[in-house]
Design a binder for this molecule. Structure first.
Ligand code: SF4
Ligand code: SF4
Length: 394
């Protein structure tokens, strides 16, 4: 492998490059599936030629959606998304990250973690919290509150945390910032006895499973699938399920959503790419900010592959992206208002109303949930706290 000995990348990236260079036999299966690789070369070629002082390679990884389809089709299950994530981290560590094109996404995340938008409501004796994330409360406040109410019926001491898991920073390669922010949240929850996190967003799901092993993380779709649902009258539509790429290897969540679709009374037909080979909706890795044609290409491929006139998904981001192309429902739309959802009349908000919705939810929870412990989040990682290394302790 050709690596300039005087200008070596960080060790974590060196290991990724070495692994791909050694094990990839350039069969091109991943390239056939991915326009980004078709444009820039197969994984071994990219690993062998990677040069961290070359501006081309510093910007390249931000065009990878980090979707993992390449791993799913690779005969050796090589992990290219981690290689490209490490390249993003390399770019950030060399001071070439924080692209102006990502400012909007970073601002969105910053609001989620802010004192104004965050709220932790932990009732007396609470060891389980619902973590709805940012997208769902913004686009679907009613569905979020109905989900929480349903959880409260079976778990009277369940709490709720309105905050951002900071996956945007994670995926943009801001490793230290991500660990500082997620670490502070994790320590607060552990300190107050939280053992179980119930997630609605597949991105939060992945963050908690990967970086919060101290918790038991469960998807609300698994819980809902195990409960009774009233079957809506006169439903006979056929739908596709779109699995978010971040959930491509989460077979139990995929099964749960399919079970919910059938319980609601819908007929399910699969697309060519589903479950572990699902396609990115176009939002993955914030690629749209730097290479909109690649992001649009994923959305187009997803749309063209549809075998039903309606798509059901379980990520509000995917629902937004795919919904621009045709009838699309979040599974919670169908659970709580199936007739309206199938007439495309489910209540779904768009920005800037999404921010107002999140503030309204916070107010409603503050008024309705009696707490033993509560907080608005005031911690914010700065250059100084990130550089200091150890995570802050309460
Ligand atoms: S993670 Fe997705 S976008 Fe990136 S190389 Fe693999 S298939 Fe292509
Ligand atoms: S599918 Fe695997 S072995 Fe084949 S080119 Fe891609 S990374 Fe290499």
């Amino acid at each position: 492998m050709k690596v300039n000995a005087t200008k070596l990348p960080r060790l974590a990236l060196q290991e990724q490059l070495q692994s791909i260079s050694t094990h990839c036999h350039q069969c091109q299966r991943c390239v056939t599936e991915c326009q980004f690789l078709q444009n820039h070369g197969d994984p071994k070629r990219l690993a062998d030629n990677y040069t961290p002082i070359d501006g081309y390679y510093l910007q390249l990884p931000f065009k990878c959606s980090l979707c993992g389809l390449c791993t799913a089709v690779c005969p050796k299950q090589l992990d290219m998304a981690t290689m490209f994530l490490e390249m993003r981290r390399e770019t950030v560590s060399r001071g070439a990250g924080n692209l102006r094109q990502h400012k909007g996404l970073q601002g969105y995340e910053k609001k989620g973690t802010s004192q104004r938008f965050s709220w932790y409501a932990l009732p007396e004796g609470c060891d389980t919290v619902f973590f709805p994330g940012c997208g769902l409360p913004g686009t679907r406040p009613e569905q979020t509150m109905k989900t929480f109410a349903r959880l409260q019926r079976s778990m009277p001491k369940v709490g709720i945390v309105l905050d951002c898991c900071t996956k945007p920073s994670h995926d943009l390669g801001k490793e230290k910032y991500f660990h500082a922010m997620f670490g502070e949240m994790k320590q607060f929850l552990l300190k107050h006895g939280i053992k179980t996190i119930l997630v609605a967003c597949p991105n939060c799901d992945k963050v908690f499973r990967d970086y919060g092993p101290e918790f038991e993380t469960s998807s609300i779709y698994e819980l809902l699938a195990a409960s009774d649902l009233p079957k809506a009258a006169d439903i006979s539509e056929t739908v596709n399920v779109h699995d978010p790429c971040v959930a491509r290897f989460s077979s139990s969540v995929q099964d749960a959503v399919r079970s919910l679709v059938e319980k609601i009374g819908l007929n399910l037909v699969e697309t060519e790419h589903s479950r572990d080979t699902t396609l990115c909706c176009g939002e993955g890795g914030a690629v749209g900010a730097v290479a909109p044609e690649l992001a649009a290409g994923w959305t187009k491929k997803r749309t063209e592959e549809a075998t039903a006139s309606r798509t059901v998904t379980y990520c509000s981001g995917c629902a937004g992206f795919i919904g621009k192309q045709g009838p699309t429902n979040h599974i919670l739309d169908l659970i709580f208002s199936p007739e309206a959802a199938l007439k495309d009349k489910a209540k779904v908000s768009k920005a800037p109303l999404t921010y107002l919705n999140r503030l309204k939810i916070k107010k409603a929870i503050k008024n309705a949930v009696a707490t033993a412990v509560s907080r608005e989040r005031t911690f914010s990682a700065t250059e100084e706290t990130v550089a200091a290394g150890p995570l802050p302790r309460e």
